[in-house]
Structure formats: structure tokens, C-alpha cells
Design a protein. Structure first.
Length: 305
């Protein structure tokens, strides 16, 4: 997940540069098309067929993932960037809420042999690391919502909620045996379809004017998006337990740290003391979550970490 966060932050730099010549819908379209080609070649090299016995599950993952992306883009257009980023990164908090709520709903208070009733697996310490990491995100980004931005704020909140649904669907797909390349391929397909429809139907002049020098920035956008999705999918697929999923969700915050470093080094932005404190809190919560995970499963097989 840390590698995925680094790749997505690098992709964000390329998107920022390419957005000078391409609309958001076009970027989603080309990101999907290039990702499909890359994943088709990768699947063929690995001997993985793209035919799936679970088209409905892939359709839901693509639909909810593309909806989340579209809601995030809308929030970025109508809210301060820091606010839109914070609301989208609430996906990790939503995942923690889903896991805790699911544990409570599934818990049956049956006494054990000693007559005591076992507690449901709420993973309280790991949930606290997720909340601490989100606190670091708020410190770094300092979100704010104006008087006329209520609807956009609600849309941004929905982007984080639907992203959590998409990540949980990735876990479900991994548990039925779907390989990462196939899962990411169908998400790229959904992105290409959605981006193409919005580009053609959403504007009277759908295609921006660009040169091949501009178009060269689309290649890293598509390839890095596919690589980041592969790493993210592998991370959630490897999280076979509730605690593992919480660790992965928490480590997603590291993308904010990488993005901040890029903004300072490449674009000359400044980070105040609160931002540096938030960065330390994000990194510290990720380390704490990993340590807690390893202590809770000291004899777990390596593939479960």
C-alpha cells in the first residue's frame, strides 16, 4: 500500500501537468485506455485470461469506483483542494466503521466453556491508528467549507464513502480468486467508458487541442494508474483479516506525505509547522498500525502480513 501511495502521488504530478491541455474527463478516458492496454499485456505475459466468471462483481466495483472518482473530481472543482482531498481520504475511516459495525452485527453472544461471553473482534487499537492518521491528514490539509459549498462538501463526503465500498469490493473479488490484473483491467475498462461518455456528451467541444508533446504525459498517467491499482489491489487482497484490512487502510494516508514532498520539491510550495506535525502523525500511525498487526498475529504465515 505504501508503494501504491507513492505511485499514485507520482501519477498526480503527471495529472497536474497534463491537466493544462486535457479536461478531467479526457484524462479519465485516456487513463483507462492506456491502463487496459498495459494490463492486457501484463495478463497475457502472466498467462491470465481476462474472461471472468464474476462479471457482476466487477461491474459493481467499476461502477462504484468510477462514481467515487467522478465525485472526487466534482469536489476538487467546487471546493478547496485540501478539503476535497481530506473528504476523499475519509475512505479509510469509513472502512474502519464498516469493519467494526460488521463485527458487531455478526457477533452472537454465546458463552464459552468457561461460561464467559467473548467480546466481538473490534480491533480498537488499530481503529485508533486509523483515526490518528486521519487527524494527521486534517493537520496537513486544513480543510474548510464556505457557506455556498455545502452540496459540494456532501459530494466530497460521498467520494470517500463510495471509495470505501470499492476497496471492500476489491477484498471480495480477491476472496473468490480473481487475480489482480483482471480486477484492475475491468476498473480501467469502466474508467474508459465513463470518461468517454462524459467527454462526448458533456461538452459541445469535447476534444481539447493538444500536440504529441502534450500527449506524451498521458502515457505515465495510464501506466502509473494501472501500477498503483495493482499494488493497492494486492494490498487489500493480502489483508485476509480485519486487522490486516485496517493496516492497509491506514497506510493509504502515506500518499498525502508523498504528495506534500512532491509539492515542495517540484512546485515550490511551503509546509507550515502544523503540516509537518500532521506528516509525523501520519507516518507514526502507519508504523504503529503495522506493529500492532504483527503483535496480534505473531505466528501468522508471511503471506498474511
Amino acid at each position: 500500500m505504501v508503494l501504491a501511495a507513492l505511485i499514485f502521488a507520482t501519477m498526480g504530478v503527471c495529472v497536474k501537468i497534463a491537466s493544462a491541455w486535457f479536461t478531467s474527463a479526457e484524462l479519465v478516458l485516456y487513463r483507462g485506455l492506456i491502463g487496459m492496454l498495459f494490463l492486457w499485456a501484463l495478463a497475457r505475459q502472466r498467462g491470465v485470461t481476462l474472461a471472468t466468471p464474476y462479471p457482476g462483481m466487477h461491474a459493481w466495483r467499476s461502477l462504484i469506483g468510477v462514481f467515487s472518482m467522478g465525485a472526487w473530481f466534482y469536489a476538487i472543482a467546487h471546493l478547496p483542494l485540501a478539503t476535497a482531498m481530506t473528504l476523499n481520504y475519509m475512505s479509510s475511516v469509513w472502512i474502519a466503521a464498516f469493519l467494526v459495525g460488521g463485527a458487531l452485527l455478526a457477533w452472537v453472544p454465546v458463552p464459552g466453556r468457561d461460561g464467559r461471553v467473548a467480546r466481538p473482534p473490534l480491533q480498537g487499537a488499530l481503529v485508533l491508528t486509523v483515526l490518528a492518521g486521519f487527524g494527521g491528514v486534517v493537520l496537513m490539509l486544513k480543510p474548510s467549507v464556505g457557506e455556498s459549498q455545502g452540496f459540494a462538501g456532501l459530494v466530497g463526503l460521498m467520494s470517500g464513502l463510495t471509495a470505501a465500498f470499492a476497496y471492500m469490493q476489491v477484498v471480495a473479488l480477491s476472496r473468490v480468486g480473481e487475480p489482480e490484473s483482471r480486477t484492475v483491467f475491468y476498473f480501467a475498462l469502466g474508467s474508459a467508458v465513463a470518461g468517454g461518455l462524459v467527454t462526448v456528451l458533456g461538452s459541445s467541444t469535447p476534444w481539447a487541442q493538444w500536440t504529441w508533446a502534450h500527449a506524451m504525459w498521458l502515457l505515465p498517467v495510464g501506466v502509473l494508474a494501472a501500477l498503483g491499482q495493482l499494488c493497492m489491489t494486492r494490498a487489500y487482497a493480502s489483508a485476509k483479516t480485519q486487522s490486516g484490512t485496517l493496516v492497509v487502510a491506514n497506510l493509504q494516508y502515506s500518499g498525502i506525505v508523498f504528495a506534500a514532498i512532491y509539492s515542495v520539491v517540484l512546485f515550490g510550495d511551503r509546509i507550515d509547522a502544523g503540516g509537518w506535525a500532521g506528516m509525523v502523525l501520519i507516518v507514526g500511525s502507519g508504523i504503529a498500525a503495522t506493529v500492532l498487526r504483527q503483535r496480534s498475529l505473531p505466528k501468522a504465515p508471511a503471506e498474511e502480513h
